[in-house]
Design a protein around this ligand. Structure first.
Ligand SMILES: *Cc1c(COP(=O)(O)O)cnc(C)c1O
Length: 408
């Protein structure tokens, strides 16, 4: 499997929308063909249109709060005594995480398509919360599909969506979680696609949703490229870009601009509890290629091909599949993937929050765990940058419960 030179990450697919001939595609029912074709055409026009690009940039600056800070973690670097460690503080974006980029772009596309109504799916509730925020900002009606089980587990996010004026639709089919919410949302979209725009919250699903999402989060690495050149005068010879991976949207956006550089990409999946066989790390801890939400990818599954159970302390990473973009980057050997356990992520959260003025949520704490493991083995001329893509405030209760206290 090979990366095509001079072609952006989202465009690395063949005519069947497959990456590396094996991952992605559009495995969809006939009824979804037309709405997907329409959206594909619209997006390929908009991404080349000057007016749309300046709209996007304007709202990224004045609504999302771009650029987010790039800071050196001096205390952590001194403590570990190896590579220089930096953070791209994406958690400073409006809403406290990167999901706002995708939500904002989907609202802008919906408006261009003349739609007044946007729907989306959510698992832990962050994608839904961010979409409801953006919908409110751009004057769109919003409906969020969420598993009935997740609604019970994620009360505060449900309240936030309602406060933003969104209708939260409980999904009572299947496992009553994210997997079913995505399917139900798609069904609703098919029956109402003349009036309704659909947003998927990560780089998963039929190809067009992967594209729009990674194109939106690419803002992170566009900013980072400028910040890195400012700080070092050039791209450091030995540079590692470390990112947690759930669906894979923050990692894809964090790496995009650096595709054609010598920067090393390291993705960190959720290894789950140390004493458990359960995890959410399809690229690291075992999985097989299967089809999930319309795309071929590595999926955690049992012998019969049923979606397997997952477990992680971090709700944002608790997903049995993984973006076809990352399956491709792995098999093409452009990125390396590893995992961190619940316990290691908690320890990393604690160390970073104690020593520095940032406090990563449990998702990026997985990435910090890998940075903390690697840094002491490296020379001081080497540079590690971690995408701190979420703020710990949302994880306050679970952190308190596990560590006895919460620091931010
Ligand atoms: C949703 C989420 C993730 C995981 O999603 P990706 O698509 O892999 O980025 C990671 N971190 C935070 C803070 C999230 O909200």
């Amino acid at each position: 499997m090979k990366i095509k030179k001079g072609v952006s990450l989202i465009d690395q697919h063949d005519k069947n929308f497959m990456y590396g001939g094996k991952f992605g595609g559009n495995f969809i029912p006939e009824t979804l063909k037309k709405p997907i074709d329409d959206l594909t055409k619209l997006f390929s026009k908009l991404r080349r249109e000057k007016k749309f690009l300046s709209e996007r940039d304007y709202h990224f600056q004045t609504y999302v709060g771009a650029p987010t800070p790039f800071i050196k973690l001096e205390n952590l670097t001194d403590r570990l005594g190896g590579a220089q460690i930096y953070a791209k503080v994406v958690s400073e974006a409006n809403g406290g995480a990167h999901k706002i980029y995708n939500a904002t772009v989907h609202c802008l596309i919906a408006k261009r398509a003349g739609k007044k109504f946007i729907v989306g799916d959510t698992g832990a509730g962050y994608a839904g919360k961010m979409l409801s925020m953006a919908a409110k900002k751009f004057g769109l009606k919003c409906k969020i599909f969420m598993g009935a089980k997740d609604i019970k587990r994620q009360r505060p996010n449900v309240e936030a969506m309602k406060k933003n004026g969104a209708e939260v639709v409980p999904v009572t089919t299947g496992s009553q979680t994210l997997v079913d919410a995505v399917s139900e949302c798609m069904r609703y979209w098919v029956s109402n696609c003349d009036l309704v725009h659909n947003c998927i919250g990560s780089t998963v699903g039929p190809n067009i949703f992967i594209k729009i999402c990674a194109w939106s989060t690419a803002q992170i690495s566009r900013e980072l490229m400028i910040q890195v050149k400012d700080e070092f005068g050039k791209i450091p010879k030995k540079l590692k870009l470390i990112n947690c991976v759930g669906g894979g949207s923050s990692a894809a956006g964090f790496w995009n601009e650096f595709m054609n550089t010598n920067a090393e990409f390291i993705g960190v999946e959720a290894g789950g509890p140390k004493n458990s066989k359960l995890h959410a790390a399809p690229l690291t801890n075992g999985s097989k290629i299967g089809i999930l939400h319309g795309a071929a990818q590595y999926v955690i599954q049992d012998k019969e091909g049923q979606i397997g159970s997952t477990e992680s302390i971090s709700a944002g990473l608790d997903y049995p599949g993984i973006s076809p973009l990352h399956c491709f980057l792995k098999d093409a050997k452009r990125a390396r993937y590893t995992s961190a356990s619940d316990e290691d992520a908690l320890k990393a959260y604690e160390l970073v929050s104690k020593l520095e003025n940032i406090s990563p949520s449990l998702e990026p704490s997985h990435a910090f765990a890998e940075a903390i493991r690697l840094a002491p083995k490296l020379k001081s001329s080497e540079v590690i940058i971690v995408n701190s893509c979420g703020d710990s405030l949302k994880d306050k209760d679970i952190i308190k419960q596990r560590l006895g206290s919460y620091i931010r």
